[in-house]
Design a protein around this ligand. Structure first.
Ligand code: HEM
Ligand code: FES
Length: 353
């Protein structure tokens, strides 16, 4: 868990990240093309540019997909998460450049429409070695285009969080299409085994990271799940007040819901731990200036009502809580998002007894 979270705006740090991102991409492209000329003097500039853009996009996509699970495993990776959307848009620009140059190079000079030619120039779907791999890349590019154009918070608000999230989960479909596009494309053209080996290692790394992070989360959920046996008068005993750090939360699984129980200024409030922005882990955030603050991008919620402060309109479900003899109790029935419920109050002396 990190110690301080900074809401994301156009701050100096973010500008530095963006400059590093653009500088890194330009350096990668330049090194790829220069090394390509030195190692393969007969290669054309078009081929090297196509390859530099394609591999650059794939490399960035691996970084983007690794950031989510890495943040779940270690909060020191959170600063990368803040810049993930810009990385995504940069990756799309590289992929678009790669696709556009490829279409220009391989499909622009026939007598059928270049885009139609991507789908009709090779129809040998029965052959693994000759498989039409370019339509797979085209499919991925359409998904990446949808994601890049809806990446702004304007679309998040207008499409609603669940629809936006579902749309952006398509990145895994795009990734699978790209892995097939590259594997089948490389099988056709490349004799150097380095490429398939790197691709295999990259895919195994992404898969492995997601499994490890998912397992870690599932076992944390299991450990923190509340027991039916503790239910008294419709309330469940959760934990001692002392076990929750001041201005922080502990997360419990209540039914199917992850619930964040925050302790602040002699009060306890419980809300859904799923942030309305991008489903970030609100329970790993902190209480800052009286507001529950999501660690991912700094969205804020009032602890008593689960509503974002004006002029924002996000709302999360709240839960009734009580403190009895230094123990936190919760009503497992969630209240509708944004419903005000008084926090449970305690005094330090009552805990010391
Ligand atoms: C309209 C969409 C696309 C078309 C027409 C297309 C076409 C091609 C072609 C013709 C090649 C072989 C190039 C060569 O051997 O010189 C290739 C390879 C490759 N493509 Fe794509 N592609 C598209 C989309 C994508 C996307 C979205 C990505 C991913 C981010 C991608 C990543 C790659 C990579 C990494 C390679 C292997 C490196 C290379 O040989 O360039 N492609 N693609
Ligand atoms: S602020 Fe973005 S997920 Fe919570």
């Amino acid at each position: 868990m990190g110690h301080s979270y900074t809401a994301v705006g156009w701050n100096r740090q973010k500008k530095i990240y963006d400059r590093l991102l653009v500088g890194g991409i330009l350096a990668y492209l330049a090194i790829f093309v220069v090394l390509g000329f030195l190692l393969h003097p007969d290669a054309t500039a078009e081929t090297l540019i196509i390859r530099a853009l394609g591999t650059g996009a794939l490399l960035l996509l691996h970084i983007i997909l690794a950031i989510g699970p890495l943040c779940r495993l270690d909060s020191r990776f959170l600063p990368f998460l803040y810049n993930r959307r810009h990385m995504g848009v940069a990756m799309f620009v590289l992929a678009l450049g790669h696709g556009a140059f490829s279409i220009l190079q391989f499909h622009a000079f026939g007598d059928i429409h270049p885009i139609l030619s991507v789908f009709t120039s090779n129809t040998r779907i029965e052959s693994l070695a000759q498989f039409p791999f370019q339509p797979l890349g085209f499919g991925a590019l359409i998904i990446l285009a949808l994601m890049a154009t809806t990446s702004h918070d304007f679309w998040l608000t207008n499409l609603s969080a669940p629809v936006w999230k579902a749309l952006h989960m398509l990145v895994y479909v795009a990734y699978a299409l790209i892995v097939l596009h590259v594997a089948l494309g490389v099988l056709q053209a490349e004799t150097n085994p380095l490429f398939p080996v790197l691709l295999g290692l990259g895919a195994a790394g992404i898969f492995g990271l997601h499994i490890v992070a998912g397992r870690r989360e599932a076992s944390a959920d299991h450990e923190q799940a509340i027991g039916e046996a503790d239910s008294v008068d419709g309330m469940n005993q959760l934990c001692s007040v002392q076990s929750i750090p001041e201005k922080r939360a502990r997360v419990f699984t209540v039914g199917d819901e992850r619930v964040a129980v925050f302790r602040y200024d002699g009060k306890i409030s419980a809300v859904s731990s799923v942030c309305q922005h991008q489903n970030g882990p609100l329970g790993e955030g902190c209480v800052r200036e009286g507001k529950l603050t999501c660690p991912w991008h700094g969205y804020e919620y009032l602890p008593e009502s689960g509503a974002s402060p004006e002029p924002f309109t996000e709302k999360i479900p709240t839960f009734r809580t009580e403190v009895r003899d230094g123990q936190v109790w919760i009503d497992p029935q969630p209240l509708p998002p944004g419903t005000a419920t008084p926090p449970a109050c305690f005094t330090q002396e009552s805990l010391d007894v």
